[in-house]
Design a protein around this ligand. Sequence first.
Ligand code: SAM
Length: 301
Amino acid sequence: MTTPRQTLSYLRHLFEHRGIAPNRRYGQNFLIDLNTHDLIARSAELGPRDVVLEVGPGAGALTAMMAEKVSAVVTVEIDPAMAQLTREAVSGLQNVRVLQQDALARKSEIAPEVLDSLRAGLAVAPDRTLKLVANLPYHVATPIISNLLVHPELCPSLMVVTIQRELADRMMAEPHGEMYGALSVLVQALADAEIVRILSPKVFWPRPKVESAIIKIVPSAEKRAAIPDLPWFHEVVRRVFTLRRKNLRVVLYRLWKPYWRDKAQVDALLEALDLTGDVRAEALNVQEFIDLAEALRSRLG
Ligand code: SAM
């Protein structure tokens, strides 16, 4: 089956015909550059063993293209009008599941129906691998990527996603900079990431105000194995950066107050890690965060 390629004139005509318009509330900026579609699909190295999760298929341009190459695609689309367009774009393809709902439950977790559909797709054969490939709605990109990265059972083998450029820069940021934060530490602690391409607003309709980027994130089993307690590590990183302007002595003392007799105990823990109390979270590299989380786990556990 050949689905029409979704250029600007195709989408404009389709939307006009249906009496719909892009909805800003849902971050609807449609990718209208065919080369960029191809680049995303190529970067995801799609093959017959892949089960793809696509969050926000919109009118289904990427969905149809990917479905022809992979074992199954699970798409989740919040907007009923878009879910309908996706269904039409993939009609005739048996391996696409279109879920019409919010991809997130309780604002920050992947919805259970999505996880169940992925499990069902992966259960078809033991060699199936999960990939996240999507032009993500910007406002949910961080929870989707971080949730999947730390997921105990459904961490994808690869994520190729279009996100706001600033978010991609955050993921790649080094210690000491303004951009360095919980997301940088999480991504770099668990994966290898690279920016595939910076995208001009021109490749979207309507044009967003900012640049975007295609980022490729390859989760690493080796890196994951080097973190003894991943949920705890995640919690430490998240909490410590909530007080990024304070020094670590104050941060650790405040965050786990019932566990300390005084700040000298915090200093002793930091000293054992070769850190001084006046250093800020943004100065710690990924390994120092792993060591800090471990030291806290033994101290507070
Ligand atoms: N994939 C299409 C493309 O590349 O042209 C559309 C991408 S557009 C940036 C994001 C899509 O995500 C929209 O279709 C929007 O309705 C959908 N969306 C927004 N928030 C969502 C959510 N919480 N759960 C699922 N889909 C969502």
